[in-house]
Design a binder for this molecule. Structure first.
Ligand SMILES: Cc1cc2nc3c(=O)[nH]c(=O)nc-3n(C[C@H](O)[C@H](O)[C@H](O)COP(=O)(O)O)c2cc1C
Length: 408
C-alpha cells in the first residue's frame, strides 16, 4: 500500500517511545521506506540499534554528522521524504517546533520539511492540558501540521486522562489516508462551478464579487485525483488554468446566464454537481453598447435578478448528488440549513465570509458541512485543498449510502 513512499519517523523522549518500534514494523510491512531520527531523549527510552534493525537504515541522531561523505543530514534526508511523522512527540518537541527552534537534528529537520508533517503527541495529562501546549498545537495546526489526537486512559505517571499516544492502528491509518490517494470517485462525473460571474453595464464596467475561484478549483483537482471525470465551469479568475494533461474539462464563462447555460448543458453527464461559484444575484436590466459617460449628478442602476442555477438543478436533480455553498455573514448554520431545504440539496457547505481566514480570496477556509439528514460537521481552519477533500469524503459517504439503498 505504501510502496515507494519515504517516511521519516521522528522519535522523542516519551515513555511511549517503545511503541515506535511497532510503528516502524507496521509501516515496513506496508512496503514504506522508513528512516528514523531520534532526539537524545528518545534514545534514553529505546535504542537506535532496535530501530536500525527494524527500519533497515542507519538511525540518525546528530545534527553535525555528515551523511555519505559530504551531505548535510537534515536537508538530505527530508528533501525527498513523502512524510515526516513524529511519534511519540513530547511537549518539548511540540513547543520547540512551534517556536521555530532547531537545536537538534529532529527539530532542524522539522523546520526544513516541505512534506506533510504528522504529529502524534504523548505525555502526562497535566502536561497535555497545559494551555501553553494547547496553544502550541493550535499554532502548528495553523501552519498545516496534522495532529493525531491522544487517547484517554491510564498513563505511565499514574494519572488517568488524555495524553496517551494514539492507538498504533489510528496512526497507521492516518498515514495511509494522507499518502494513498483514494480512488473512490472513479466512475463519477463531477460537474464543478467556480469563481465569480461578471454582469456588464457597458463594455468596460461590470458587477461582480470577491470570489477567487480557489475553492472550486481545489474541488475539481481533488475530484480528479480521486478518479472522477471532471467538468469545471469557471467564471473569470486569475488562477492558473488546469493543464490539459490534468484531464479536467475546463469551460470558461463570464456571466450568470452563460454559467447557467453551460451547467444545464453538461448536467446530463454529471452524477455529482458541486456549485462553488459565486454567481451574481443581480444583473443590469440594460447593457449600454457604448461606455456610459459621466454626466454629473447621481446615477441609478436598474437591476434584475439572474437565474438561480442551484435551485433549477436542485429541482431537477434526479439521482445526482447536488452540493451548494452558502456564504453567510450571520446565522450561518440556520441560514445554510434553510438554503439546503429550499434548493433540494444533498449537502451545503457554509462559510462565514466575514472571517478573515475563510471565504473569498484566501487560501484557507473555515466551513461547516451540513447534509440533508441534518448532520452538521464544523471543520477547523484548513487549506481549501483539505476542505475539498472533506467535502468529497462526505459526498462519497452519501453516494455509498444511496447505492446501498438502491440495491436493497
Ligand atoms: C521517565 C520519563 C518519561 C517521560 N515521558 C514523557 C512523555 O511521555 N511526554 C513528554 O512530553 N515528556 C516526557 N518526559 C520528559 C521528556 O523526556 C523531557 O521533556 C525531554 O527534555 C524531552 O526531550 P525531547 O523532546 O528532545 O525528546 C519524560 C521524562 C522521563 C524521565
Amino acid at each position: 500500500m505504501l510502496t515507494g513512499k519515504r517516511i521519516i519517523l521522528g522519535i522523542t523522549g516519551s515513555i511511549a517511545a517503545y511503541k515506535a518500534a511497532e510503528i516502524v514494523r507496521r509501516l515496513r510491512s506496508l512496503n514504506a521506506e522508513v528512516w528514523v531520527v531520534m532526539t537524545r531523549g528518545g534514545t534514553e527510552f529505546i535504542t537506535p540499534l532496535t530501530l536500525q534493525t527494524l527500519s533497515g537504515h542507519t538511525v540518525y541522531t546528530e545534527t553535525f554528522a555528515l551523511q555519505e561523505g559530504s551531505k548535510i543530514t537534515h536537508i538530505n534526508l527530508i528533501k525527498d521524504a513523502d512524510l515526516f511523522l513524529i511519534a511519540p512527540a513530547t511537549a518539548n518537541i511540540i513547543g520547540k517546533f512551534a517556536a521555530g527552534i532547531g537545536d537538534d537534528l529532529l527539530t532542524t529537520m522539522a523546520l526544513a520539511a516541505r512534506c506533510p508533517v504528522i504529529i502524534a503527541p504523548a505525555m502526562d495529562s497535566d502536561m497535555y492540558d497545559n494551555p501553553i501546549l494547547q496553544n502550541n498545537i493550535a499554532q502548528l495546526k495553523e501552519t498545516g501540521c496534522r495532529f493525531i489526537e491522544t487517547e484517554e486512559g491510564e498513563l505511565a505517571s499514574g494519572l488517568v486522562g488524555k495524553g496517551r499516544l494514539a492507538n498504533i492502528e489510528v496512526i497507521i491509518s492516518t498515514v495511509i489516508d494522507l499518502l494513498v490517494v483514494k480512488k473512490d470517485m472513479a466512475g463519477e462525473v463531477v460537474l464543478v462551478t467556480a469563481g465569480p460571474t461578471r454582469e456588464y453595464l457597458d463594455p468596460v464596467r461590470f458587477i461582480s464579487n470577491r470570489s477567487s475561484g480557489k475553492m472550486g478549483y481545489a474541488i475539481a483537482a481533488s475530484a480528479k485525483e480521486r478518479g472522477a471525470e471532471v467538468i469545471l465551469i469557471s467564471g473569470p479568475t486569475t488562477l492558473q488554468k488546469p493543464a490539459k494533461s490534468e484531464g479536467i474539462e475546463l469551460i470558461n464563462v463570464v456571466t450568470a446566464s452563460e454559467m447557467r447555460e453551460e451547467a444545464l448543458k453538461n448536467l446530463k453527464r454529471a452524477t455529482i454537481v458541486i456549485m462553488a461559484a459565486a454567481v451574481s444575484d443581480y444583473r443590469p436590466v440594460d447593457i449600454s453598447p457604448g461606455k456610459i459617460k459621466k454626466s454629473g449628478g447621481n446615477v441609478s442602476l436598474d437591476l434584475t435578478e439572474t437565474p438561480d442555477i442551484l435551485t433549477e438543478i436542485g429541482m431537477d436533480k434526479g439521482n445526482r448528488i447536488v452540493v451548494g455553498f452558502a456564504a453567510e455573514t450571520e446565522n450561518l448554520e440556520s441560514n445554510a440549513m434553510l438554503k439546503l431545504k429550499r434548493k433540494n440539496l444533498d449537502i451545503i457547505v457554509a462559510n462565514d465570509v466575514l472571517d478573515p481566514d475563510a471565504g473569498f480570496e484566501v487560501d484557507t477556509n473555515v466551513v461547516t458541512i451540513i447534509d440533508k439528514n441534518n448532520e452538521v460537521t464544523p471543520l477547523p481552519r484548513m487549506s481549501k485543498k483539505e476542505v475539498s477533500y472533506r467535502i468529497l469524503d462526505k459526498i462519497a459517504k452519501i453516494a455509498n449510502l444511496k447505492r446501498t439503498y438502491s440495491r436493497a
